[in-house]
Design a protein around this ligand. Sequence first.
Ligand SMILES: Cc1cc2nc3c(=O)[nH]c(=O)nc-3n(C[C@H](O)[C@H](O)[C@H](O)COP(=O)(O)OP(=O)(O)OC[C@H]3O[C@@H](n4cnc5c(N)ncnc54)[C@H](O)[C@@H]3O)c2cc1C
Length: 480
Amino acid sequence: MNPALSELQGLFPPGRLLTRPGELAPYASDALTAFRAQPLAVVLPESHEEVVEAVRWCVRHRIPYVARGSGTSLSGGSLPVEGGLVIGLNRMNRLLRLDPKERLAVVEPGFINLQVSQAAAPYGLYYAPDPSSQPVSTIGGNLAFNSGGAHCLKYGMTSNHVLAARVVLPDGQTVVLGSESLENTGPDWLGLFVGSEGLLGIVTEITLRLLPKPEAYHTVLAAYDALEKAGQAVAAVVASGLLPGAMEIMDALAIEAAEAAVQAGYPREARALLIVELEGEAPQVEAEARYLEEVIRQSGAYEVRVAQSQEERLKIWRGRKAAFSAVGRLSPDYLVQDGVVPRSKLGQALAEIENLSARYGLRVANVFHAGDGNLHPLILYNGRVAGELERAEALAGEILQLCVRLGGSITGEHGVGMEKKAYMPSMFTPEDLEAMQRIRQALDPLELANRGKMFPGDHPPHRPPSGPHPLEKAGVIARE
Ligand SMILES: Cc1cc2nc3c(=O)[nH]c(=O)nc-3n(C[C@H](O)[C@H](O)[C@H](O)COP(=O)(O)OP(=O)(O)OC[C@H]3O[C@@H](n4cnc5c(N)ncnc54)[C@H](O)[C@@H]3O)c2cc1C
Protein backbone atom coordinates (compact mmCIF):
# COMPACT_ATOMS: atom_id res chain seq x y z
CA MET A 1 0.00 0.00 0.00
CA ASN A 2 0.97 3.59 -0.63
CA PRO A 3 3.10 4.47 2.48
CA ALA A 4 1.30 7.79 2.90
CA LEU A 5 -2.04 5.96 3.02
CA SER A 6 -0.80 3.42 5.54
CA GLU A 7 0.31 6.33 7.73
CA LEU A 8 -3.22 7.77 7.41
CA GLN A 9 -4.59 4.40 8.58
CA GLY A 10 -2.70 4.96 11.81
CA LEU A 11 -4.49 8.29 12.27
CA PHE A 12 -8.07 7.34 11.34
CA PRO A 13 -9.84 4.07 12.20
CA PRO A 14 -11.65 2.00 9.55
CA GLY A 15 -15.02 3.54 8.78
CA ARG A 16 -13.55 7.04 9.12
CA LEU A 17 -10.93 6.55 6.40
CA LEU A 18 -12.56 5.81 3.03
CA THR A 19 -10.45 4.58 0.12
CA ARG A 20 -12.56 2.12 -1.89
CA PRO A 21 -14.05 3.42 -5.16
CA GLY A 22 -17.62 2.78 -3.95
CA GLU A 23 -16.97 4.73 -0.74
CA LEU A 24 -15.33 7.61 -2.60
CA ALA A 25 -18.04 7.96 -5.26
CA PRO A 26 -20.40 10.21 -3.20
CA TYR A 27 -17.51 12.63 -2.67
CA ALA A 28 -16.48 12.88 -6.33
CA SER A 29 -18.73 15.86 -6.96
CA ASP A 30 -20.79 18.51 -5.22
CA ALA A 31 -24.09 20.07 -6.29
CA LEU A 32 -22.42 21.29 -9.49
CA THR A 33 -22.45 17.81 -10.96
CA ALA A 34 -20.89 18.84 -14.27
CA PHE A 35 -17.49 18.52 -12.51
CA ARG A 36 -16.17 15.25 -11.04
CA ALA A 37 -12.81 14.22 -9.62
CA GLN A 38 -11.56 11.14 -7.82
CA PRO A 39 -9.91 11.79 -4.45
CA LEU A 40 -7.21 9.51 -3.07
CA ALA A 41 -9.14 9.16 0.19
CA VAL A 42 -11.75 10.73 2.46
CA VAL A 43 -11.23 11.16 6.20
CA LEU A 44 -14.03 11.88 8.64
CA PRO A 45 -12.53 13.59 11.70
CA GLU A 46 -14.52 13.82 14.92
CA SER A 47 -12.40 16.42 16.69
CA HIS A 48 -10.34 19.54 16.12
CA GLU A 49 -7.20 17.53 16.85
CA GLU A 50 -8.02 15.05 14.11
CA VAL A 51 -8.45 17.89 11.61
CA VAL A 52 -4.99 19.14 12.63
CA GLU A 53 -3.58 15.62 12.11
CA ALA A 54 -5.18 15.35 8.67
CA VAL A 55 -3.85 18.75 7.55
CA ARG A 56 -0.35 17.97 8.83
CA TRP A 57 -0.42 14.64 7.00
CA CYS A 58 -1.27 16.54 3.81
CA VAL A 59 1.61 18.97 4.38
CA ARG A 60 4.06 16.13 5.09
CA HIS A 61 3.11 14.33 1.91
CA ARG A 62 2.42 17.42 -0.23
CA ILE A 63 -1.14 16.19 -0.86
CA PRO A 64 -3.79 18.80 -1.68
CA TYR A 65 -7.00 18.66 0.31
CA VAL A 66 -10.55 19.98 0.33
CA ALA A 67 -12.71 20.59 3.38
CA ARG A 68 -16.27 19.41 2.84
CA GLY A 69 -19.52 20.03 4.67
CA SER A 70 -22.67 18.69 3.01
CA GLY A 71 -21.34 19.15 -0.53
CA THR A 72 -24.19 21.47 -1.62
CA SER A 73 -21.83 23.98 -3.23
CA LEU A 74 -23.19 25.06 -6.58
CA SER A 75 -19.85 26.33 -7.88
CA GLY A 76 -17.67 23.23 -7.49
CA GLY A 77 -16.24 24.60 -4.22
CA SER A 78 -16.19 21.22 -2.48
CA LEU A 79 -15.14 19.27 -5.57
CA PRO A 80 -12.12 17.15 -4.58
CA VAL A 81 -8.69 17.69 -6.03
CA GLU A 82 -7.89 14.66 -8.21
CA GLY A 83 -5.74 12.35 -6.07
CA GLY A 84 -6.13 14.64 -3.05
CA LEU A 85 -7.69 14.20 0.37
CA VAL A 86 -11.26 15.13 1.28
CA ILE A 87 -11.66 16.17 4.91
CA GLY A 88 -15.37 15.57 5.54
CA LEU A 89 -16.67 17.52 8.53
CA ASN A 90 -20.19 16.14 8.90
CA ARG A 91 -19.30 14.13 11.98
CA MET A 92 -18.23 17.27 13.80
CA ASN A 93 -21.86 18.27 14.23
CA ARG A 94 -22.35 19.16 17.88
CA LEU A 95 -23.93 22.22 19.41
CA LEU A 96 -21.24 23.08 21.96
CA ARG A 97 -23.02 25.92 23.79
CA LEU A 98 -26.14 28.02 23.53
CA ASP A 99 -26.18 31.15 25.65
CA PRO A 100 -29.57 32.91 25.43
CA LYS A 101 -28.43 35.81 27.63
CA GLU A 102 -25.46 36.60 25.41
CA ARG A 103 -27.55 35.58 22.38
CA LEU A 104 -24.91 33.31 20.91
CA ALA A 105 -24.39 29.70 19.90
CA VAL A 106 -21.10 27.84 19.58
CA VAL A 107 -21.18 25.00 17.06
CA GLU A 108 -18.92 22.55 15.30
CA PRO A 109 -18.57 23.06 11.52
CA GLY A 110 -20.82 20.15 10.53
CA PHE A 111 -23.78 21.56 12.47
CA ILE A 112 -26.69 22.14 10.06
CA ASN A 113 -27.88 25.72 9.51
CA LEU A 114 -31.57 25.09 10.28
CA GLN A 115 -30.71 23.27 13.50
CA VAL A 116 -29.27 26.49 14.93
CA SER A 117 -32.67 28.19 14.77
CA GLN A 118 -34.38 25.03 16.03
CA ALA A 119 -32.07 24.92 19.05
CA ALA A 120 -32.56 28.65 19.72
CA ALA A 121 -36.37 28.66 19.27
CA PRO A 122 -37.27 27.82 22.91
CA TYR A 123 -35.52 31.06 23.93
CA GLY A 124 -37.35 33.20 21.36
CA LEU A 125 -34.15 33.47 19.31
CA TYR A 126 -33.09 32.40 15.82
CA TYR A 127 -30.12 32.40 13.41
CA ALA A 128 -30.86 34.87 10.59
CA PRO A 129 -28.91 33.68 7.48
CA ASP A 130 -31.31 31.32 5.70
CA PRO A 131 -29.92 29.83 2.48
CA SER A 132 -32.53 27.75 0.67
CA SER A 133 -30.24 24.79 1.42
CA GLN A 134 -30.60 25.44 5.16
CA PRO A 135 -32.09 22.00 6.02
CA VAL A 136 -28.86 20.35 4.76
CA SER A 137 -25.97 22.81 4.45
CA THR A 138 -23.47 23.13 7.28
CA ILE A 139 -22.37 26.19 9.20
CA GLY A 140 -18.75 25.46 8.13
CA GLY A 141 -19.77 25.54 4.45
CA ASN A 142 -21.94 28.65 5.03
CA LEU A 143 -19.00 30.43 6.61
CA ALA A 144 -16.54 29.43 3.88
CA PHE A 145 -18.96 30.75 1.22
CA ASN A 146 -20.37 33.66 3.20
CA SER A 147 -23.78 32.28 2.36
CA GLY A 148 -26.87 34.37 2.12
CA GLY A 149 -30.59 33.73 1.90
CA ALA A 150 -33.98 35.30 1.44
CA HIS A 151 -33.77 37.28 4.70
CA CYS A 152 -30.22 38.57 4.20
CA LEU A 153 -31.69 41.70 2.61
CA LYS A 154 -32.41 43.11 6.05
CA TYR A 155 -29.97 41.21 8.25
CA GLY A 156 -26.88 40.73 6.09
CA MET A 157 -24.95 37.64 5.07
CA THR A 158 -23.21 34.99 7.20
CA SER A 159 -20.31 37.40 7.81
CA ASN A 160 -22.67 39.65 9.79
CA HIS A 161 -23.59 36.79 12.13
CA VAL A 162 -20.26 35.12 12.90
CA LEU A 163 -18.45 36.38 15.98
CA ALA A 164 -15.51 33.99 16.20
CA ALA A 165 -13.96 30.99 14.47
CA ARG A 166 -11.37 28.44 15.54
CA VAL A 167 -9.36 27.67 12.46
CA VAL A 168 -6.74 25.09 11.46
CA LEU A 169 -4.46 27.04 9.13
CA PRO A 170 -3.00 25.33 6.05
CA ASP A 171 0.24 24.65 7.96
CA GLY A 172 -1.64 22.82 10.73
CA GLN A 173 -1.42 25.61 13.31
CA THR A 174 -4.54 26.59 15.23
CA VAL A 175 -5.76 30.18 15.59
CA VAL A 176 -8.89 31.79 16.94
CA LEU A 177 -10.22 34.69 14.86
CA GLY A 178 -12.61 37.19 16.44
CA SER A 179 -14.17 36.79 19.88
CA GLU A 180 -17.56 36.73 21.59
CA SER A 181 -17.47 40.50 21.78
CA LEU A 182 -19.16 42.55 19.06
CA GLU A 183 -16.22 44.97 19.19
CA ASN A 184 -12.91 43.45 18.16
CA THR A 185 -9.39 44.78 18.26
CA GLY A 186 -7.10 45.18 15.27
CA PRO A 187 -7.64 44.14 11.66
CA ASP A 188 -10.74 42.13 10.87
CA TRP A 189 -9.01 38.76 10.36
CA LEU A 190 -12.31 36.97 10.78
CA GLY A 191 -13.76 39.14 8.00
CA LEU A 192 -10.89 38.06 5.76
CA PHE A 193 -11.52 34.41 6.56
CA VAL A 194 -15.30 34.38 6.03
CA GLY A 195 -15.94 33.76 2.34
CA SER A 196 -12.40 32.50 1.66
CA GLU A 197 -13.83 29.26 0.20
CA GLY A 198 -11.65 26.84 2.12
CA LEU A 199 -8.42 28.40 0.81
CA LEU A 200 -7.19 29.90 4.07
CA GLY A 201 -7.90 27.07 6.51
CA ILE A 202 -10.50 24.76 8.01
CA VAL A 203 -12.91 26.09 10.62
CA THR A 204 -13.57 23.67 13.49
CA GLU A 205 -15.62 25.79 15.90
CA ILE A 206 -17.84 28.76 15.17
CA THR A 207 -19.49 31.30 17.45
CA LEU A 208 -22.72 32.62 15.96
CA ARG A 209 -24.92 35.59 16.83
CA LEU A 210 -28.56 34.88 17.53
CA LEU A 211 -31.36 37.41 17.07
CA PRO A 212 -34.74 37.75 18.78
CA LYS A 213 -37.51 36.36 16.59
CA PRO A 214 -39.55 39.13 14.92
CA GLU A 215 -42.81 39.84 16.75
CA ALA A 216 -44.90 40.12 13.56
CA TYR A 217 -44.72 39.32 9.84
CA HIS A 218 -46.64 40.70 6.88
CA THR A 219 -46.15 38.56 3.78
CA VAL A 220 -47.37 39.73 0.38
CA LEU A 221 -47.53 37.75 -2.85
CA ALA A 222 -47.87 39.95 -5.94
CA ALA A 223 -48.48 38.52 -9.42
CA TYR A 224 -47.29 40.25 -12.64
CA ASP A 225 -47.88 39.68 -16.33
CA ALA A 226 -44.21 40.46 -17.13
CA LEU A 227 -40.96 39.56 -15.39
CA GLU A 228 -39.54 43.00 -16.02
CA LYS A 229 -42.43 44.59 -14.07
CA ALA A 230 -41.64 42.48 -11.01
CA GLY A 231 -38.00 43.59 -11.27
CA GLN A 232 -39.05 47.23 -11.44
CA ALA A 233 -41.36 46.73 -8.45
CA VAL A 234 -38.34 45.74 -6.34
CA ALA A 235 -36.57 48.98 -7.28
CA ALA A 236 -39.77 50.88 -6.37
CA VAL A 237 -40.01 49.24 -2.91
CA VAL A 238 -36.34 50.07 -2.21
CA ALA A 239 -36.80 53.64 -3.46
CA SER A 240 -39.83 54.01 -1.14
CA GLY A 241 -37.51 53.73 1.87
CA LEU A 242 -39.03 50.48 3.16
CA LEU A 243 -36.62 47.76 4.27
CA PRO A 244 -38.45 44.44 4.03
CA GLY A 245 -37.00 41.30 5.61
CA ALA A 246 -37.09 39.63 2.20
CA MET A 247 -37.98 40.32 -1.44
CA GLU A 248 -37.93 37.35 -3.78
CA ILE A 249 -38.90 36.89 -7.43
CA MET A 250 -39.95 33.73 -9.26
CA ASP A 251 -40.66 33.61 -12.99
CA ALA A 252 -43.17 31.45 -14.89
CA LEU A 253 -40.90 28.37 -15.10
CA ALA A 254 -40.01 28.56 -11.41
CA ILE A 255 -43.72 28.91 -10.53
CA GLU A 256 -44.52 25.83 -12.64
CA ALA A 257 -41.76 23.81 -10.93
CA ALA A 258 -42.69 24.91 -7.40
CA GLU A 259 -46.37 24.18 -7.97
CA ALA A 260 -45.58 20.70 -9.29
CA ALA A 261 -43.37 20.02 -6.26
CA VAL A 262 -45.25 21.47 -3.28
CA GLN A 263 -48.57 22.98 -4.48
CA ALA A 264 -48.01 26.34 -2.84
CA GLY A 265 -51.21 27.70 -4.42
CA TYR A 266 -49.42 30.29 -6.56
CA PRO A 267 -51.33 31.86 -9.49
CA ARG A 268 -50.14 29.48 -12.21
CA GLU A 269 -50.71 31.84 -15.14
CA ALA A 270 -48.48 34.61 -13.69
CA ARG A 271 -45.35 35.54 -15.67
CA ALA A 272 -43.69 36.55 -12.40
CA LEU A 273 -44.33 36.53 -8.66
CA LEU A 274 -42.88 38.90 -6.12
CA ILE A 275 -42.83 37.87 -2.46
CA VAL A 276 -42.29 40.75 -0.05
CA GLU A 277 -42.10 40.15 3.68
CA LEU A 278 -42.10 42.87 6.32
CA GLU A 279 -41.07 41.87 9.82
CA GLY A 280 -40.40 43.49 13.16
CA GLU A 281 -42.47 44.94 15.98
CA ALA A 282 -46.22 44.74 15.37
CA PRO A 283 -47.11 48.49 15.23
CA GLN A 284 -44.19 49.20 12.88
CA VAL A 285 -45.08 46.29 10.58
CA GLU A 286 -48.72 47.44 10.50
CA ALA A 287 -47.73 50.98 9.48
CA GLU A 288 -45.27 49.75 6.85
CA ALA A 289 -47.82 47.29 5.45
CA ARG A 290 -50.14 50.16 4.46
CA TYR A 291 -47.34 51.94 2.66
CA LEU A 292 -46.17 48.73 0.94
CA GLU A 293 -49.69 48.06 -0.33
CA GLU A 294 -49.66 51.44 -2.08
CA VAL A 295 -46.23 50.83 -3.66
CA ILE A 296 -47.20 47.36 -4.89
CA ARG A 297 -50.51 48.62 -6.29
CA GLN A 298 -48.67 51.27 -8.32
CA SER A 299 -46.14 48.70 -9.59
CA GLY A 300 -48.64 47.08 -11.96
CA ALA A 301 -49.35 43.84 -10.07
CA TYR A 302 -52.57 42.30 -11.37
CA GLU A 303 -53.19 40.25 -8.22
CA VAL A 304 -52.04 40.84 -4.64
CA ARG A 305 -52.49 38.34 -1.81
CA VAL A 306 -51.59 38.91 1.83
CA ALA A 307 -50.95 35.88 4.06
CA GLN A 308 -53.72 35.87 6.69
CA SER A 309 -52.13 33.29 8.98
CA GLN A 310 -48.78 31.73 9.81
CA GLU A 311 -49.91 28.70 7.83
CA GLU A 312 -50.51 30.79 4.71
CA ARG A 313 -47.19 32.55 5.20
CA LEU A 314 -45.32 29.24 5.42
CA LYS A 315 -47.15 27.95 2.33
CA ILE A 316 -45.91 30.95 0.32
CA TRP A 317 -42.36 30.31 1.55
CA ARG A 318 -42.58 26.57 0.97
CA GLY A 319 -43.02 27.21 -2.74
CA ARG A 320 -40.11 29.64 -2.89
CA LYS A 321 -37.73 27.44 -0.90
CA ALA A 322 -38.60 24.37 -2.98
CA ALA A 323 -38.40 26.15 -6.34
CA PHE A 324 -34.66 25.73 -6.80
CA SER A 325 -34.49 21.99 -6.60
CA ALA A 326 -37.98 21.64 -8.13
CA VAL A 327 -36.64 23.02 -11.42
CA GLY A 328 -35.03 19.57 -11.77
CA ARG A 329 -38.55 18.36 -12.67
CA LEU A 330 -38.56 20.47 -15.82
CA SER A 331 -35.29 19.32 -17.31
CA PRO A 332 -32.81 16.45 -16.92
CA ASP A 333 -30.02 18.93 -16.15
CA TYR A 334 -29.65 22.55 -15.20
CA LEU A 335 -26.88 25.01 -14.40
CA VAL A 336 -27.50 27.45 -11.57
CA GLN A 337 -26.00 30.86 -12.10
CA ASP A 338 -25.42 33.38 -9.35
CA GLY A 339 -24.70 36.99 -10.25
CA VAL A 340 -25.56 40.40 -8.87
CA VAL A 341 -26.83 43.57 -10.52
CA PRO A 342 -27.70 46.93 -8.96
CA ARG A 343 -31.36 46.76 -7.93
CA SER A 344 -32.21 49.66 -10.23
CA LYS A 345 -31.03 47.50 -13.18
CA LEU A 346 -33.02 44.37 -12.27
CA GLY A 347 -35.74 44.94 -14.89
CA GLN A 348 -33.15 45.51 -17.63
CA ALA A 349 -31.10 42.47 -16.57
CA LEU A 350 -34.13 40.17 -16.59
CA ALA A 351 -35.21 41.41 -20.04
CA GLU A 352 -31.68 40.80 -21.40
CA ILE A 353 -31.60 37.30 -19.87
CA GLU A 354 -34.89 36.54 -21.66
CA ASN A 355 -33.29 37.66 -24.95
CA LEU A 356 -30.18 35.54 -24.30
CA SER A 357 -32.37 32.53 -23.50
CA ALA A 358 -34.17 32.92 -26.85
CA ARG A 359 -30.88 33.42 -28.72
CA TYR A 360 -29.30 30.26 -27.23
CA GLY A 361 -32.51 28.22 -27.56
CA LEU A 362 -32.28 27.17 -23.90
CA ARG A 363 -34.96 27.77 -21.27
CA VAL A 364 -33.93 29.84 -18.27
CA ALA A 365 -35.87 29.78 -14.99
CA ASN A 366 -35.40 32.69 -12.60
CA VAL A 367 -35.89 32.40 -8.85
CA PHE A 368 -33.85 34.79 -6.79
CA HIS A 369 -33.14 37.19 -3.93
CA ALA A 370 -34.44 40.26 -5.75
CA GLY A 371 -33.98 42.65 -2.84
CA ASP A 372 -30.20 42.17 -3.04
CA GLY A 373 -30.17 42.27 -6.84
CA ASN A 374 -28.90 38.68 -6.54
CA LEU A 375 -29.98 36.82 -9.69
CA HIS A 376 -30.19 33.03 -9.89
CA PRO A 377 -30.90 32.12 -13.50
CA LEU A 378 -31.25 28.34 -13.82
CA ILE A 379 -30.25 27.28 -17.31
CA LEU A 380 -32.09 24.14 -18.41
CA TYR A 381 -30.27 21.72 -20.72
CA ASN A 382 -30.00 18.05 -21.56
CA GLY A 383 -26.50 16.72 -20.91
CA ARG A 384 -27.15 13.78 -23.21
CA VAL A 385 -27.61 16.05 -26.23
CA ALA A 386 -24.19 16.72 -27.75
CA GLY A 387 -23.09 20.31 -27.24
CA GLU A 388 -25.95 21.38 -24.92
CA LEU A 389 -23.80 21.59 -21.79
CA GLU A 390 -21.29 23.75 -23.67
CA ARG A 391 -24.12 25.98 -24.92
CA ALA A 392 -25.51 26.27 -21.41
CA GLU A 393 -22.06 27.21 -20.09
CA ALA A 394 -21.62 29.83 -22.80
CA LEU A 395 -25.04 31.31 -21.92
CA ALA A 396 -24.10 31.29 -18.22
CA GLY A 397 -20.89 33.15 -19.12
CA GLU A 398 -22.84 35.81 -21.04
CA ILE A 399 -25.13 36.32 -18.03
CA LEU A 400 -22.11 36.88 -15.78
CA GLN A 401 -20.59 39.35 -18.23
CA LEU A 402 -23.96 41.13 -18.29
CA CYS A 403 -23.91 41.41 -14.48
CA VAL A 404 -20.42 42.95 -14.56
CA ARG A 405 -21.39 45.30 -17.40
CA LEU A 406 -24.39 46.54 -15.41
CA GLY A 407 -22.13 47.33 -12.44
CA GLY A 408 -22.71 44.14 -10.43
CA SER A 409 -20.71 41.04 -9.53
CA ILE A 410 -20.04 37.49 -10.79
CA THR A 411 -21.28 35.96 -7.55
CA GLY A 412 -23.70 36.94 -4.84
CA GLU A 413 -23.48 33.95 -2.51
CA HIS A 414 -22.54 30.70 -4.27
CA GLY A 415 -18.86 31.51 -4.42
CA VAL A 416 -16.30 31.35 -7.20
CA GLY A 417 -15.14 27.75 -6.73
CA MET A 418 -14.21 25.96 -9.94
CA GLU A 419 -17.04 27.32 -11.94
CA LYS A 420 -16.32 31.02 -12.01
CA LYS A 421 -12.59 31.31 -11.64
CA ALA A 422 -12.23 32.09 -15.35
CA TYR A 423 -14.40 35.18 -14.80
CA MET A 424 -12.34 36.65 -11.97
CA PRO A 425 -10.29 38.85 -14.37
CA SER A 426 -13.49 40.48 -15.58
CA MET A 427 -14.02 41.84 -12.07
CA PHE A 428 -10.49 42.23 -10.74
CA THR A 429 -7.29 43.72 -12.14
CA PRO A 430 -4.11 41.60 -12.29
CA GLU A 431 -2.87 43.64 -9.30
CA ASP A 432 -6.02 42.82 -7.28
CA LEU A 433 -5.60 39.11 -8.03
CA GLU A 434 -1.89 39.21 -7.26
CA ALA A 435 -2.60 40.78 -3.84
CA MET A 436 -5.14 38.05 -3.06
CA GLN A 437 -2.62 35.40 -4.09
CA ARG A 438 0.05 36.93 -1.86
CA ILE A 439 -2.25 36.59 1.18
CA ARG A 440 -3.01 33.00 0.27
CA GLN A 441 0.68 32.19 -0.33
CA ALA A 442 1.62 33.64 3.05
CA LEU A 443 -0.67 31.12 4.75
CA ASP A 444 -0.36 28.24 2.31
CA PRO A 445 2.93 28.35 0.39
CA LEU A 446 2.33 24.85 -1.01
CA GLU A 447 -1.20 25.77 -2.19
CA LEU A 448 -2.61 22.59 -0.73
CA ALA A 449 -5.89 23.94 0.66
CA ASN A 450 -8.61 23.70 -2.00
CA ARG A 451 -6.04 23.88 -4.78
CA GLY A 452 -7.30 24.89 -8.21
CA LYS A 453 -10.28 26.89 -6.95
CA MET A 454 -11.07 30.59 -7.17
CA PHE A 455 -7.93 31.78 -8.98
CA PRO A 456 -7.87 31.73 -12.78
CA GLY A 457 -5.27 29.84 -14.77
CA ASP A 458 -3.58 26.52 -14.31
CA HIS A 459 -2.53 25.58 -10.86
CA PRO A 460 -0.26 26.02 -9.19
CA PRO A 461 -0.65 29.61 -10.44
CA HIS A 462 2.50 30.54 -8.59
CA ARG A 463 5.44 28.24 -8.22
CA PRO A 464 5.56 27.08 -4.61
CA PRO A 465 8.69 28.50 -2.99
CA SER A 466 11.58 26.08 -2.84
CA GLY A 467 13.21 25.15 0.46
CA PRO A 468 11.68 23.72 3.60
CA HIS A 469 8.10 24.41 4.65
CA PRO A 470 7.82 26.58 7.81
CA LEU A 471 6.58 23.52 9.73
CA GLU A 472 9.68 21.57 8.68
CA LYS A 473 11.86 24.41 9.90
CA ALA A 474 10.04 24.30 13.23
CA GLY A 475 10.63 20.53 13.41
CA VAL A 476 6.87 19.79 13.48
CA ILE A 477 6.95 17.73 10.30
CA ALA A 478 9.63 15.92 8.34
CA ARG A 479 10.01 15.90 4.56
CA GLU A 480 9.27 12.55 2.92
C1 LIG B 1 -30.95 23.56 -3.60
C2 LIG B 1 -29.85 24.51 -3.18
C3 LIG B 1 -30.18 25.77 -2.73
C4 LIG B 1 -29.17 26.66 -2.34
N1 LIG B 1 -29.53 27.89 -1.88
C5 LIG B 1 -28.58 28.74 -1.45
C6 LIG B 1 -28.93 30.03 -0.95
O1 LIG B 1 -30.09 30.42 -0.87
N2 LIG B 1 -27.91 30.83 -0.54
C7 LIG B 1 -26.60 30.43 -0.59
O2 LIG B 1 -25.74 31.21 -0.19
N3 LIG B 1 -26.26 29.23 -1.06
C8 LIG B 1 -27.19 28.38 -1.48
N4 LIG B 1 -26.84 27.15 -1.97
C9 LIG B 1 -25.40 26.79 -2.07
C10 LIG B 1 -24.84 26.01 -0.85
O3 LIG B 1 -25.87 25.35 -0.15
C11 LIG B 1 -24.10 26.94 0.10
O4 LIG B 1 -22.92 27.42 -0.54
C12 LIG B 1 -23.68 26.28 1.43
O5 LIG B 1 -23.09 27.22 2.28
C13 LIG B 1 -22.71 25.13 1.28
O6 LIG B 1 -22.68 24.42 2.50
P1 LIG B 1 -22.14 22.91 2.55
O7 LIG B 1 -22.15 22.46 3.95
O8 LIG B 1 -22.88 22.07 1.60
O9 LIG B 1 -20.66 23.14 2.08
P2 LIG B 1 -19.77 22.39 0.93
O10 LIG B 1 -20.51 22.42 -0.35
O11 LIG B 1 -19.43 21.05 1.47
O12 LIG B 1 -18.54 23.32 0.91
C14 LIG B 1 -18.63 24.64 0.40
C15 LIG B 1 -17.26 25.32 0.49
O13 LIG B 1 -16.92 25.47 1.86
C16 LIG B 1 -15.67 24.85 2.14
N5 LIG B 1 -15.83 24.30 3.49
C17 LIG B 1 -16.77 23.42 3.93
N6 LIG B 1 -16.62 23.23 5.25
C18 LIG B 1 -15.58 23.98 5.65
C19 LIG B 1 -14.92 24.20 6.88
N7 LIG B 1 -15.32 23.61 8.01
N8 LIG B 1 -13.86 25.05 6.92
C20 LIG B 1 -13.43 25.69 5.81
N9 LIG B 1 -14.00 25.51 4.60
C21 LIG B 1 -15.07 24.67 4.52
C22 LIG B 1 -15.49 23.80 1.06
O14 LIG B 1 -14.12 23.52 0.84
C23 LIG B 1 -16.12 24.50 -0.13
O15 LIG B 1 -15.19 25.38 -0.70
C24 LIG B 1 -27.81 26.26 -2.39
C25 LIG B 1 -27.50 24.97 -2.83
C26 LIG B 1 -28.50 24.10 -3.23
C27 LIG B 1 -28.11 22.72 -3.70
